[in-house]
Design a protein around this ligand. Structure first.
Ligand SMILES: NC(=O)c1ccc[n+]([C@@H]2O[C@H](COP(=O)([O-])OP(=O)(O)OC[C@H]3O[C@@H](n4cnc5c(N)ncnc54)[C@H](OP(=O)(O)O)[C@@H]3O)[C@@H](O)[C@H]2O)c1
Length: 308
């Protein structure tokens, strides 16, 4: 890439919420933004919104469904056909609190979409991020990874028989499984950071959490709570989706962000406020745990995630 070349970013889940805000910001900053979305109609609506908000945006769409391995391979192949390098991979897409679902990959939906799909996608795109200048991978985790029960449940990864047990969030169950997937985002980042450093790569792996912000992530809440959301959010220390995306932008743009940093809002209870470096959960420094998740992810995918 020469100085005159345009920077390229991929944003997964770019048609909604934090992903859409991030795509808007990047397009406004002259990035070429590749929207990685599972619905073409929703991606087109997002492109129309970006076109209205930004002068001459440079936006592309490549379909991606993170629970469909063939779709992930197709996405990576199409991206590589079209583009010779990648500056920024934002692994943002996610699902929270759906009814208990086992995917075609025999995995609990949140773990498959939020972690495994992004792990696989990253493994396929790493060669395009591997440049002689700095590039970044930003994984989007959650405050849910701070919950005392946030862990990788190796003995019952799919929560067979106990998915609906445990605390509910605004009427949504499956929150322990959600926390598992968001802890996986952190552990994956830590192990990736170590492996990139060992290989002498200039790729920075960073993890963020957006605090609490008002997006479509609440789509699995009971209807009565969703109807009350506009009123409730005013009293609940919840940010707008623009504010929620600030942590992602901080991780994308700031020069002083280091590999392995955890970026999130620094205000009350880390739910809102200016983004900055926040403490990692203790498990993030458990190297054996990070390696075990990496090995499990490779095994479930039937791949070896090679760097360099
Ligand atoms: N909002 C918050 O307060 C909050 C807090 C902590 C963490 N987060 C994290 O922030 C990220 C973005 O969430 P959001 O709040 O912006 O929610 P959102 O508005 O619901 O956006 C989620 C995006 O992920 C996409 N997605 C879901 N499953 C997918 C799949 N299998 N393949 C491809 N795309 C898929 C959705 O696509 P469709 O529109 O097609 O469903 C949507 O574009 C998530 O990782 C979430 O865990 C959010």
């Amino acid at each position: 890439m020469s100085d005159s070349d345009q920077k390229i970013a991929i944003v997964t889940g770019a048609n909604s919420g934090l992903g859409l805000e991030t795509a808007l910001e990047l397009a406004g900053d002259s990035y070429k933004v590749v929207l990685a979305c599972r619905s073409e109609a929703n991606a087109k609506a997002a492109i129309a919104q970006i076109n209205r908000a930004v002068t001459d945006p440079d936006v592309d769409f490549i379909p991606l469904n993170l629970i469909d391995r063939e779709s992930i391979r197709q996405f990576a192949a199409t991206f590589k056909e079209r583009y010779g390098y990648l500056n920024l991979l934002i692994n943002n897409a996610g699902v929270m609190g759906p009814p208990y679902t086992i995917t075609a990959n025999d995995l609990e939906l949140q773990f498959d979409a939020n972690h495994m799909g992004h792990f696989y996608l990253t493994s396929l795109l790493i060669e395009r991020l591997d440049q002689d200048y700095e590039t970044r991978i930003i994984n989007v985790s959650s405050l849910a990874a701070r919950r005392p029960y946030a862990d990788i449940y190796f003995d019952n990864l799919n929560f067979i028989g106990n998915y609906d047990d445990g605390p509910k969030l605004y009427g949504m169950s499956g929150m322990v499984a959600y926390s598992q997937s968001k802890m996986a985002n952190i552990l994956f980042t830590m192990e990736l950071k170590d492996r990139l450093a060992a290989a002498g790569k200039k790729i920075k792996a960073i993890v963020v959490h957006p605090g609490a912000s008002n997006t479509q992530l609440s789509r699995n809440m009971p209807l009565y709570l969703r109807l009350m959301a506009p009123v409730l959010t005013r009293f609940m220390n919840i940010s707008t989706q623009q504010q929620g995306a600030e942590s992602l932008m901080y991780a994308a743009f700031r020069n002083d962000v280091e590999a392995g940093d955890f970026i999130g809002p620094t205000g009350q209870d880390e739910r809102t406020g200016q983004p900055g470096r926040v403490p990692l959960p203790e498990k993030a420094s458990d190297k054996a745990l990070c390696e075990k998740l990496w090995a499990l992810s490779e095994e479930k995918l039937g791949i070896t995630f090679t760097i360099g």
